[in-house]
Design a protein around this ligand. Structure first.
Ligand SMILES: N[C@@H](CCC(=O)N[C@@H](CS)C(=O)NCC(=O)O)C(=O)O
Length: 291
């Protein structure tokens, strides 16, 4: 049994490294939303040591990741330090004893595969509420414990790219900009989405649409659109079957919603691709966070 702490919204520092004059830290905390102990990572630029409140970029990772993949592989911290931007990277699912996993042990359901939705089906619904965690609990924790201002942007990769675009389209007032690498653009129309949404949300596919970026874009308000930047490698092995950026592009064209989709020649699905373009994304967000 997990020991549930009496006080919510408390955090415990579990690691700390100085990096480009700022700090990379990991924190653990009890999540009321996910009903388990969680860990997240934060990069704080040197500006916070001078008493400045900084804007935050939330980063959502893909299948199999934890809070560590982005921080260790993307190479984002040098520029985040220069730009005075904090980065917060949560885990990709609830974790720990009593949290169910895919009965078949596959990587694309259960642990490491929360898909940023609120599960409604057994056995998932007690813990798999990553939508509420990212939209509500995590920002509340971050804004309570770190010297950040209320300016937020969001980005992510693959399953996390789906999470970033979907969450931003559902909460446009909460973010200044959104970007994604290789996002799962249309989860209601690909095998990863069918497997996860079927398990977490049930067989009624009308319930899936609330978490599908293409469906959300079709229904979005274009009068004040959020800036969206998407990078996609054309040598990505998941592109045709799972990612479907052409569906997002078509919805944005039909709706008249501005979207910048850049196809990048020769790049695959890995963090080598993310590392190659992360600085463009940080500059993009910095521009909109400043505005
Ligand atoms: N090839 C992986 C598929 C999962 C995958 O490619 N995960 C991506 C996100 S969808 C990732 O970022 N992996 C971790 C890493 O590269 O550090 C597998 O079969 O386990």
């Amino acid at each position: 049994m997990t020991n549930k702490p009496v006080q919510s919204l408390t955090v415990k520092k579990v690691s700390e490294q100085k990096c480009f004059d700022g700090w990379h830290r990991q924190y653990s905390h009890w999540s009321e939303t996910l009903n388990c102990e969680m860990r997240f990572a934060v990069y704080l630029p040197p500006h916070v040591d001078d008493g400045e409140d900084v804007p935050v970029l939330y980063w959502l990772s893909g299948l199999t990741c934890t809070d560590e993949n982005f921080m260790q592989k993307a190479g984002a911290m040098r520029l985040a330090s220069d730009l005075g931007m904090a980065i917060v990277a949560p885990d990709t699912s609830p974790r720990g004893e009593g949290v169910p996993d895919d009965p078949e042990g596959q990587y694309d359901l259960g642990l490491g595969a929360g898909f940023y939705v609120n599960a409604t089906q057994e056995p998932w619904s007690q813990h798999y509420r990553m939508y509420d965690y990212v939209v509500e609990e995590l920002p509340a924790l971050v804004e309570k414990h770190f010297p950040v201002c209320e300016k937020r942007s969001i980005s992510g990769h693959s399953m996390g790219g789906h999470g970033a675009i979907m969450i931003a389209l559902r909460n446009p007032e909460s973010f200044c900009s959104v970007s994604a690498f290789s996002p799962i653009c249309h989860p209601t129309d690909c095998p990863w989405g069918h497997k996860a949404f079927g398990a977490y949300l049930g067989d009624d596919q009308s319930a899936w649409k609330a978490y599908d970026s293409v469906e959300l874009l079709k229904r979005s308000n274009v009068s004040n659109p959020l800036p969206i930047l998407v990078d996609q490698g054309d040598a990505d092995g998941f592109l045709a079957e799972q990612l479907k950026p052409e569906s997002l592009l078509q919805a944005s064209a039909e709706k008249g919603y501005p979207l910048s989709l850049r196809m990048q020649s020769g790049y695959d699905h890995s963090y080598f691709f993310i590392a190659s373009f992360i600085e463009d994304h940080l500059h993009f967000h910095a521009e909109h966070l400043r505005g």
